[in-house]
Design a protein around this ligand. Structure first.
Ligand code: FA5
Length: 337
């Protein structure tokens, strides 16, 4: 039995095999166990001799099993180390880093420019009340100019804001008619416009508002001129055209000079050499007084611009939808910006 067991142990290659050998010899039904069980049938003289021999065999098999188990464990460990080892001399795989979206960069650039002129940056709700989106801006119910901005209503009184102008009224109320106000507010706005190369149903605006004593139209023109030159270069001209917004009087639209281009893919600056980028004007006295500022004491200007249009002009982007379709080949071009 001993010889046979030791040979089998020496030949075993796995832990499972060792376990089987242990059961075959030392288990309850194992062959050595059978010898020990059969001792009762032996004579008094034979018993101690056979008993001692059987115990020796048991000890030798047990010791051999232990030794082999240790050997196999060591082998497994070596194998595992070999398989899992890392070749530190292999060249690494490049990690791709993302960058800010072009629209984010443009908005931040505009923010920085106005922060430099003493403006604070505010944020307002995208889900807005009819009161702030329209009424507080001198657009009472049934006012025909409400049609200028086709709206997404949620209930009768709540809608997705159609512009960032509600933040004019909200900020003035916050400052309670005493402190001067100098803020810009970037954010998403929503309109039931049909999407095309220059229109989107959801786009970005940046509102600006400056209210103080003795703010004049020439301050507005100077501010916008500085903005245009810093954004597009010293050689750019601006042009203010008379316009109409119910919340400013007088109202203007600002065009910026641009190179005329022709042909396919030329949607940004066709024909005239000018492109509209924002609406602006002197804050209407009614808007001032509704927000608690005395129009006899305070005056102000406001503007609202479209950063998508500004980026299109700056980088010659032909279609506003490129901002939202997120083609990585398009976005990657602006990661330096
Ligand atoms: C307004 O929304 C006024 N609230 C702006 C304003 C603010 C006037 C303060 C006076 C004082 P308007 O609808 O023209 O105005 O939009 C302003 C700018 O948003 C436009 O000049 C244009 O740059 C951009 N814009 C308007 N509609 C869209 C559109 N569908 N998709 C992309 N940009 C748009």
């Amino acid at each position: 039995i001993q010889k046979e067991a030791l040979e089998k142990i020496a030949a075993a290659e796995t832990m499972n095999e060792l376990q089987e050998i242990r059961i075959a010899y030392l288990g309850k039904k194992g062959s050595l166990t059978a010898v020990l069980k059969g001792m009762g049938k032996l004579s008094k003289e034979e018993r101690p001799i056979v008993g001692e021999a059987a115990n020796n065999v048991r000890q030798s098999i047990t010791a051999s099993l232990e030794e082999k188990t240790a050997q196999l464990e060591e082998k497994m460990m070596e194998k595992q180390l070999e398989e899992e080892s890392i070749d530190v001399t292999l060249p690494g795989r490049p990690v791709r880093v993302g960058g800010p979206h072009l629209l984010t960069s443009i908005v931040e650039e505009i923010e920085d420019l106005f922060i430099g002129m003493g403006y604070e940056v505010k944020e307002g709700p995208e889900v807005e009340t009819d009161y702030f989106n329209f009424e507080a801006l001198n657009l009472p119910k049934n006012h025909p100019a409400r049609d200028m901005q086709d709206s997404f209503y949620i209930t009768n009184e709540i809608l997705l804001r159609t512009h960032t102008s509600p933040m004019q009224a909200r900020t003035m109320l916050e400052y309670k008619g005493v402190k001067p106000v100098k803020m810009i507010c970037p954010g998403k706005v929503y309109r039931r416009d049909t999407d095309d190369a220059t229109h989107s149903h959801q786009f970005t605006q940046i509102e600006g508002l400056y209210v103080d004593k003795n703010v004049r139209m020439s301050d507005l023109k100077g501010t916008l001129s500085i903005f245009a030159k810093k954004m597009f270069g010293e050689d750019r001209e601006i042009r203010l055209r008379p316009s109409y917004f119910p919340f400013t009087e007088p109202s203007v639209e600002m065009d910026i000079s641009c190179k005329v281009c022709h042909g396919k893919g030329c949607n940004v600056c066709k024909g005239t050499g000018w492109i509209e980028i924002l609406g602006a004007g002197m804050v209407h006295p009614k808007v001032l007084s509704m927000a608690g500022y005395d129009p006899e004491v305070y005056s102000g200007f406001a503007f609202g611009m479209g950063p998508e249009r500004i980026a299109m002009l700056k980088y010659g982007i032909d279609d506003i939808r490129r901002f939202y379709t997120n083609d990585i080949r398009f976005l990657k071009q602006f990661h330096h910006a």
